[in-house]
Every structure is written in C-alpha cells, then in structure tokens.
Design a protein around this ligand. Structure first.
Ligand SMILES: C[C@H](O)[C@H](O)[C@H]1CNC2=NC(N)=NC(=O)C2=N1
Length: 114
C-alpha cells in the first residue's frame, strides 16, 4: 500500500463513501499530528501549524492552497500571525472521505517545501 500522500484523490461527490468507523483508527494512525473534530455534526480533521511570523504562515497557506487546487479538494484555512489552522473534510459528502486523509498527509509535506 502506497503512503497516504502518494495515493490518488477521487472526485468530490455528495454520494462519495465516507470513511467507516472501522477504517478511521488506521487512517488516523497514519496522520498522527491531526485531530478528528466534530463541528455541526460533521467529522473533520484539524491541525494547527506554527510559524515564526505572518509571512511564513502565508507562504505555507499558499502552498496548501495550490495542492488543493491541483486536485479540486479544498480545506478550510485560517491564517494568523505565526499560525495556520488547516481543517479537511468533504463538504458535499458531509464528513470524512479518504481524500481528506490523503490531503492531510500532503499538507504535512508542505512544511518541508520551500
Ligand atoms: C465544484 C467543485 O469541484 C466542488 O464543489 C468541490 C470543490 N472542493 C471541495 N472540497 C472539499 N473539501 N469538499 C468538497 O465537497 C469539494 N467539492
């Protein structure tokens, strides 16, 4: 099995299969720095990234935005001085899809990217 970040995203569809309760623990194990949170009854993945200043936070934000645009699957991004909060979930499917785990893993890779 390929690492999460190397796996392919599927098209975002309202009827896309959400991650089952059985699949969730193994997928979460592969992205240990991310926290499952439930908002408005919708399970999401969230991580806060820390930076030295706003400029670095904004550059990271733009890198995450670029990988989201590449696959047509987008996070919520809160960019503040020294911090970026990234939240992934499948809007139309109203929950967590495998895509969200793939994109969380790819988001982590943007930390090293310059
Ligand atoms: C039309 C467009 O492709 C869809 O609205 C996409 C855009 N990006 C998306 N991103 C996320 N996270 N969930 C979606 O359901 C979604 N749908």
């Amino acid at each position: 099995m390929k690492d999460l970040a190397q796996q392919e995203c599927e098209a975002c569809r309202a009827d896309a299969p959400l991650v089952s309760d059985d699949e969730l623990p193994e997928l979460l194990r592969q992205i240990p720095d991310w926290t499952p949170v439930t908002r408005d009854g919708i399970l999401q993945l969230e991580r806060v990234f820390k930076f030295r200043n706003f400029k670095q936070a904004l550059a990271f934000t733009n890198r995450v935005g670029a990988i989201a645009e590449e696959v047509g699957h987008h996070p919520a991004l809160l960019t503040e001085w020294g911090r970026v909060t990234v939240t992934w979930w499948s809007h139309e499917a109203k929950g967590l899809h495998k895509n969200d785990f793939i994109m969380a893993a790819r988001t982590d890779q943007q930390l090293e990217a310059e």
